[in-house]
Design a protein around this ligand. Structure first.
Ligand code: UDP
Ligand code: MG
Length: 141
C-alpha cells in the first residue's frame, strides 16, 4: 500500500453548477477517505501562492480572477496511490484531451473553468495541503 493524501478542491464553477456532491460521490465510491473539508473564499494572495508555479504565464491573471470569483469547496482525501489516480479521474487540463468518464471530460468544456483542482505529485500535495488546512482540521483514523 502507498497511502497518500491529496488536496482536491471544487472550483467556483463547480460549486455554482452544483457539482460538489457529484465529485464527493465519485471519491467515496472509489473507496477513499475524507480527511478534511470546508467551503471558503480564496483571497488573491492565497490564490497566487497556490498557483505560484504559473506566475508570469499568459493565463495566470485569468486563472486568479476565476478561482477568487466565488467560493470553493476544499477537501483532503486519503487513499492508496490517490494522487495519480485522482489526476486520472479528473481528466486532462485541455478540454480537447479530457476523456469522457473523467470529471473534466464529463462536465467541463473550458481550459480555465474546469471544475476541479487536484495535487499533481506528493511534493505538490505536501506544499498545497497546509495552504488550505491547519493540522487540527484534518481527521486521521
Ligand atoms: N489553465 C488555463 N490555461 C492553460 C493552462 C491552465 O486557464 O493554458 C488553468 C486551469 O484552470 C488549470 C490551472 O490553470 O486547472 C492550473 O494549470 P495546470 O497546468 O496546473 O493544470 P491542472 O494541474 O489543474 O490540470
Ligand atoms: Mg496543476
Amino acid at each position: 500500500m502507498n497511502m497518500q493524501r491529496t488536496l482536491l478542491f471544487v472550483k467556483p464553477d463547480g460549486v455554482r453548477r452544483k457539482l460538489v456532491g457529484e465529485i464527493i460521490s465519485r471519491c467515496e465510491r472509489k473507496g477513499w477517505r475524507l480527511v478534511g473539508m470546508k467551503m471558503m473564499q480564496v483571497t488573491r494572495e492565497h490564490a497566487e501562492r497556490h498557483y505560484a508555479e504559473h506566475k508570469g504565464k499568459g493565463f495566470f491573471e485569468g486563472l486568479i480572477e476565476y478561482v477568487t470569483g466565488g467560493p470553493i469547496v476544499a477537501m483532503v482525501w486519503e487513499g492508496n496511490d490517490i494522487i495519480p489516480i485522482l489526476r486520472m479521474m479528473m481528466g486532462a487540463t485541455n478540454p480537447v484531451n479530457a476523456q469522457p468518464g473523467t470529471i473534466r471530460g464529463d462536465f467541463a468544456n473550458d481550459f480555465t473553468q474546469n471544475i476541479v483542482h487536484g495535487s499533481d505529485s506528493p511534493e505538490s500535495a505536501a506544499r498545497e495541503i497546509p495552504l488550505f488546512f491547519a493540522d487540527e482540521e484534518l481527521h486521521g483514523d
